[in-house]
Design a protein around this ligand. Structure first.
Ligand code: ADP
Ligand code: MG
Length: 310
């Protein structure tokens, strides 16, 4: 059973109270009495699956643990408010390491005006495990879900894609960290959640669906398709690529489109809106929503897959 089939099985064991949005989106949405909605998401980072403890610095890991969670609030067009941090620590990790981790966690929290309000600390037999929960808010009914995409809508992304995946590939291949490679590794270790872009896209009232790019466009567009009951066509020649990525790919013979679509962890936003819409946020139109129910690629020989656990 794959990751998403398993989540579906778990989902079917519970019913969701009226007015709430549960499993299947970047955050749960819970209406409050003050006319706002609370947004909640939780994300775990496990040593050797999400990070290599002997490569990433504690401060970078602290940054990234908070960043990937804040990004799920950005994906709803919400404002992050607070986080809760749980850590399971193997014996090899001491207090000094934890305080450097907290330094990175604090610097991104300050950047987004988010505060740490709780968590849990315990020991782990072997590997390091970090779980963060984030709370955010938006106006009642204002959250942008994965479920609103309509045939004919444009599919758009903020930012360039593939830098983070290329950074990871460079780490795994032990490439020399010259300036160019170091910038890609930095994109992997220091994602900046697109909170302001998400808020401004939500404020237009015309964005029909949104998700943050955590598992790669190839995987994340499938979530929008599934939740919205639509198909999609992606024009691979329109995928925005940074100059750094293009240079490194031609130097090392890597495929930039595969890194951009399958790699993930860019933490930019993927969203849909009526075609030809004027938007207040810099973006690239990479495709369109269709009524075929299928995912199509303009280079039709390929079928890109995003990251999946199991
Ligand atoms: P994201 O990539 O945005 O963090 P995921 O792909 O991890 O989202 O999760 C998809 C959806 O499934 C989310 O709504 C998440 O809350 C839910 N989910 C994932 N794992 C579980 C679980 N073990 N129990 C309940 N819900 C889960
Ligand atoms: Mg997400």
């Amino acid at each position: 059973m794959g990751e998403f089939e398993l989540i579906d099985k778990i989902k079917s064991s519970f019913s969701v109270p009226d007015g709430m949005t549960g499993i299947g989106d970047d955050c749960a949405v819970i209406p409050q009495k003050d006319g706002k909605d609370t947004l909640v998401s939780t994300d775990m980072l496990v040593e050797d699956i999400h990070f290599l403890a002997d490569d990433i610095s504690p401060a970078d890991l602290g940054w990234k643990s908070a960043a990937v969670n804040i990004s799920d609030i950005a994906a709803m067009g919400g404002r992050p408010v607070s986080t809760y941090l749980s850590i399971a620590l193997p014996r090899s990790i001491g207090q000094e390491w934890v305080m450097r981790f907290i330094e990175g966690y604090r610097s991104i929290s300050e950047m987004f005006g988010v505060t740490l309000l709780g968590g849990d600390t315990c020991s782990s037999p072997d590997k390091l495990c970090i779980s963060v929960t984030v709370l955010g808010e938006c106006a009642h009914g204002g959250a942008i879900l994965r479920s609103g995409a309509k045939p004919g809508d444009s599919i758009c992304v903020t930012g360039t894609l593939g830098d983070s995946a290329a950074g990871l590939k460079a780490i795994l291949e032990g490439r020399r960290r010259d300036d160019l490679v170091a910038r890609l590794i930095d994109a992997h270790y220091h994602p900046v959640p697109e909170v302001e872009a998400g808020l401004s896209l939500a404020s237009t009232g015309i964005v029909s669906s949104m998700i943050d790019i955590s598992d790669g466009v190839a995987s994340d567009i499938r979530h929008i398709m599934e939740e919205s009951g639509v198909g999609a066509k992606i024009h691979t020649e329109r995928i925005p690529l940074s100059e750094e990525l293009q240079k490194v790919c031609s130097l090392f013979g890597w495929d930039p489109i595969s890194l951009a679509l399958e790699g993930g962890e860019d933490y930019h936003l993927l969203f849909t809106c009526p075609s030809g819409s004027e938007l207040p946020v810099k973006h690239t139109v990479i495709g369109e929503i269709t009524d075929t129910g299928r995912l199509e690629w303009s280079d039709s020989g390929r079928n890109y897959q995003g990251f999946r656990h199991f």
